[in-house]
Design a protein around this ligand. Structure first.
Ligand code: DGL
Length: 273
């Protein structure tokens, strides 16, 4: 019996890879189908109607190719605006990624949070409601920026230029953000910048992203009613990973160097859709 599960992961760019990595570390026997709508990157600059149209369209195309057991919308910008509509239309299980406001409010001692997200997420109704419900006692300094997304993309594809990027980030991020004792990384691209961000805030500042919580949620949904232990990854996992077996779909062409970069992340099959 084939026990391999298929998980589709959606994002505008490489941000969803932070979620993929967490899932890949936590699960075994999974074939990933990563859909990157790079033609419309950054999603944080799209108006809601266009974003909804893109996500539906891309998902429909993907579903012609493969039917996953579960879909992860690995994008805060899309999850906060489209998730309900996706659940209405498709009978597949969807897991969304949204800013981790609740755990951040619980962890913060000063009750001053900084929320880093995209322009579309930062002041959206979804985030406003999360704050009202779980962090009404906190001061929230919000910074929405597509520039941060761009820096994360550059860093991923070039794998270099860290000092230059740190300087760029310092110039962009407003002073008030550094007073918060807990920073919410409310965009899946931003965990890639964490090694730089950690240097910019006072020591001891907490940085929260949603990756680990999403992996736990996916695992519980995927193996519902079975013994989860038997799905723990083995020691051979790292070796398997570098053989590469996963599928990658993009809406704008990638260069050969970019393909090689994705090979090292575990992707072998590429489709331009
Ligand atoms: N990675 C995405 C997010 O979590 C989207 C970034 C963008 O395309 O603006 O919001």
């Amino acid at each position: 019996m084939n026990s391999t599960k298929k998980i589709a992961i959606l994002d505008s760019g490489i941000g969803g890879l932070t979620i993929y990595e967490e899932l890949d570390r936590t699960l075994k026997d999974v074939e990933f189908h990563y859909l990157m709508d790079n033609r419309y990157l950054p999603y944080g600059e799209l108006d809601a109607d266009k974003l909804i149209e893109r996500v539906f369209y891309k998902l429909d195309v993907l579903l012609q190719d493969t039917i996953p057991d579960l879909v992860v919308v690995a994008c805060n910008t899309a999850s906060t605006q489209v998730l309900d509509k996706l659940r209405e239309k498709y009978s597949l299980p969807f897991v969304g990624v949204v800013p981790a406001i609740k755990p951040a409010a619980e962890l913060s001692t000063s009750k001053h949070l900084c929320l880093l997200a995209t322009p579309a997420t930062i002041n959206g109704d979804y985030v406003n409601n999360l704050i009202l419900e779980f962090a009404s006692e906190c001061k929230i300094t919000r910074f929405g920026s597509s520039k941060l997304v761009e820096i994360a993309e550059l860093q991923f594809w070039s794998s270099t230029a860290d000092t230059k990027n740190e300087q760029l980030l310092l110039e962009l991020i407003p002073q008030e953000c550094y007073q918060a004792d807990t920073v919410v990384l409310g965009c899946t691209h931003f965990p890639m910048l964490k090694p730089l961000l950690v240097n910019m805030w006072p020591e001891g500042t907490k940085f929260i992203d949603s990756g680990a919580a999403i992996a736990r949620r996916v695992k519980s949904l995927l193996y519902i009613g079975t013994d989860i232990e038997q799905h723990e990854p083995s020691m051979l996992k790292e070796v398997e990973r570098y053989k590469g077996k996963h599928h990658f779909y993009m809406s704008a062409a990638l260069t050969p160097t970019q393909i090689i970069r994705l090979n090292t992340a575990g992707f072998k099959h590429f489709n331009h859709i």
